[in-house]
Design a protein around this ligand. Structure first.
Ligand code: DAH
Length: 359
C-alpha cells in the first residue's frame, strides 16, 4: 500500500508539472482530489483496511493530500503569472486611437437665453440682481403703483399663499418687477440692474405656463431719459436676434409703474404661417417698458425731483421661442430627452455686443 502512495504521488506530481494551462490543472485536481478522485477514494476506503494498518495509512494519505494540494496551488500561481505576463506583452495601449465620445448634456434653452441676455446687458454695464419668489403683496403690487382696487391686479392671475406677514398676504411673485423696489430701497442711484428669475401666474395653455421666467431691467440716474431707453432696447434686440437692421418699434402703452409706457415690437413676416424675424411688414410684441413712474420712486424713498430712469420687462420663454423656433411653451418643462437633445445647446455659445458694427 505504501508503494502505491509513492506511485500516486509521483504520477500526480508529473501531471501537475506538465499542466500547460489552468484548465488542464483543474482536470488534474479533480482526478486526484475531486469527489471521485483517486486520493479521495483511497480515503473513503480506509474503513475496509485492517485496524493496525489503518492508522499509518490514514496519516500517509493525509500527507499525500497536503502535498498534492500544495503542488496544485504553487502550479496555479505559476500558470496565472505566466498568462498575465503573456497578456501584458501582447496587449498595448494604442495612444493613437480616438477617444470615445462622452455622453454630454446640453444647456436648456431657458438657461441659454437667460445667459445670452445677461451677457448682452452685462456688456452695457448692467449687473444682475435677484429677489424672493414668495413675495409680499406690497412689493409685488402696491409699491409698483398697483393698489388693492386697481384693475391691473385682476390681470395677474395671482397665486396667493395662506401665510401673512405683518397683515400682508404673501404671493408667488407675478413678475420680476418687485425686485426693482427692493433694489431702490437698498441702493442709492445710479442703479443699472437686470433681474432674471422665475415668475408665477395661474394660467396654462400653449403660450402660458403657471411658472415662467422674466428678465426685468431698471436704470435710475439724474439725467436718464427716453432716448436711453430706446437706444438700450434697440441694441439688445438687434444683438439678441443677430440681425443688424432689425426694425424695432416703440408703441404707446400703459403700465401702472411707468409713465409714459411703451411696448416694444420687432419687425417680422407671418407669410404661409412661417414667422420670419427681421423682414416683412408685421410686428411682434416682445417687451414692456417705460419711464419709471415718480410715484414708484417715492414709494422706495428715491427723490423723484432729482432722479429718474427707465424700466423694462420681458418673458424669457417668449424670447427663446421666437429666436429658436420653439412652437409650444409647455415643452420647456416636459424634460423629454429627445426635445432637450434637439433644442439644447453646447456650453458657452453666447452672442456678444463686442464686434457689432455699430459699436
Ligand atoms: N411687469 C410687467 C409684466 O409682467 C412687465 C414690465 C413692463 C416690466 C414694463 C417693466 C416695465 O419694468 O417697465 O407684464
Amino acid at each position: 500500500m505504501m508503494d502505491s502512495i509513492i506511485v500516486i504521488k509521483s504520477e500526480f506530481s508529473n501531471l501537475i508539472n506538465d499542466a500547460e494551462n489552468i484548465e488542464i490543472l483543474e482536470e488534474v485536481r479533480i482526478a486526484a482530489l475531486g469527489k471521485k478522485g483517486r486520493i479521495t477514494s483511497l480515503m473513503k476506503n480506509l474503513g475496509q483496511i485492517e485496524p493496525e494498518e489503518r492508522k499509518l495509512m490514514g496519516q500517509n494519505l493525509n500527507i499525500l493530500k497536503q502535498d498534492i494540494t500544495s503542488l496544485l496551488e504553487t502550479k496555479k500561481v505559476e500558470l496565472e503569472t505566466a498568462s498575465l505576463n503573456a497578456r501584458l506583452l501582447q496587449e498595448r495601449v494604442d495612444t493613437t486611437l480616438p477617444s470615445r465620445p462622452e455622453e454630454l448634456g446640453t444647456i436648456h434653452p431657458i438657461s441659454q437665453t437667460t445667459d445670452e441676455l445677461i451677457s448682452i446687458f452685462g456688456e452695457m454695464g448692467f449687473s444682475v440682481a435677484e429677489g424672493p419668489n414668495i413675495e409680499e403683496d406690497w412689493y409685488n403690487f402696491t409699491a409698483l403703483n398697483i393698489p388693492v382696487d386697481h384693475p391691473a391686479r385682476q390681470e395677474h392671475d395671482t397665486f396667493y399663499i395662506n401665510a401673512e406677514k405683518d397683515g400682508q398676504r404673501m404671493v408667488l411673485r407675478t413678475h420680476t418687477s418687485p425686485v426693482q423696489i427692493r433694489t431702490m430701497q437698498k441702493h442709492e442711484p445710479p442703479i443699472r440692474i437686470i433681474v432674471p428669475g422665475r415668475t408665477y401666474r395661474c394660467d396654462h395653455d400653449a403660450t402660458h405656463s403657471p411658472m415662467f421666467h422674466q428678465i426685468e431691467g431698471l436704470v435710475i440716474d439724474e439725467a436718464t431719459h427716453m432716448g436711453h431707453l430706446k437706444g438700450c432696447l434697440i441694441e439688445m434686440c438687434r444683438t439678441f436676434f443677430g440681425i443688424e437692421n432689425l426694425p424695432v418699434r416703440f408703441r404707446p402703452s400703459y403700465f401702472p409703474f411707468t409713465e409714459p409706457s411703451a411696448e416694444v415690437d420687432i419687425g417680422c413676416s407671418f407669410g404661409d404661417g412661417i414667422l420670419k424675424i427681421g423682414e416683412g411688414d408685421d410686428w411682434l410684441e416682445i417687451l414692456g417698458s417705460g419711464m419709471v413712474n415718480p410715484r414708484v420712486l417715492e414709494n422706495c424713498g428715491v427723490d423723484s425731483q432729482k432722479f429718474q430712469g427707465f424700466a423694462f420687462g420681458m418673458g424669457v420663454e417668449r424670447m427663446a421661442m421666437l429666436k429658436y423656433g420653439i412652437p409650444d411653451l409647455r415643452t420647456f418643462y416636459d424634460s423629454d430627452m429627445r426635445w432637450l437633445k434637439h433644442y439644447g445647446f453646447q456650453p458657452l455659445d453666447i452672442p456678444s455686443l463686442v464686434g457689432r458694427a455699430s459699436l
